[in-house]
Write a protein that binds this ligand. Structure first.
Ligand SMILES: [Zn+2]
Length: 175
């Protein structure tokens, strides 16, 4: 008997980097921040997802009382920066297992406050989409922290047609 009946060649539409960055992008889509939506996902060596997060207001408090505006000339207590929890911090806070040795896929290069957290939980790599604040001193501090902690970091460039492919797929699964 021919054991190869009904076999068809198949490939995945996504490699692991693309798969997890799209998950981080999906998490960012959930953020209410009108200006900067960031998402991340932590992954272990078996390519299993450990935790996800996006930037949001403090869990469990009445966020209608807190500002989302990014005007840095306003008093600090009237700025979002005083209250927002970053995506990496949220993912770390909500992780159910150790993140030691994990990779972090994140849509925006981590700020120096998150770099402290990433180093403390001992992740091994950051994969990011954008590093738009690379000229700032805070960004240099972040890289210093990652370098001193032997955490690798690399930019991921998504192929141009991936969003259209995903859009076509989504359209095909919507009844
Ligand atoms: Zn941060």
């Amino acid at each position: 008997m021919d054991s190869k009946v009904n076999f068809v060649p198949v490939t995945s539409n996504l490699n692991w980097d693309e798969y997890f960055m799209l998950q981080a992008m999906m998490a960012s889509f959930k953020s209410k921040d009108p200006n900067t939506k960031v998402g991340c996902v932590f992954v272990d060596d078996n390519n299993h997802q450990l935790s996800m997060g996006y930037n949001g207001q403090i869990a469990g408090i009445d966020e209608s009382q807190l500002p989302w505006g990014n005007d840095k000339t306003a008093p600090l207590d009237q700025q979002k920066y005083a209250y927002v929890v970053h995506s990496e911090a949220n993912a770390i806070l909500h992780a159910k297992a150790s993140l030691d040795g994990s990779r972090c896929y994140v849509t925006l290069f981590p700020c120096h406050e998150c770099a402290k957290l990433l180093a403390t939980v001992k992740i091994k790599e950051v994969i990011y989409l954008s590093d738009k604040y690379s000229s700032t001193v805070e960004n240099q501090i972040s890289k210093r922290i990652l370098d001193m902690s032997n955490i690798k970091y690399r930019e991921l460039t998504l192929r141009k047609d991936i969003v259209q492919d995903l859009c076509d797929h989504f359209q095909s699964v919507i009844p």
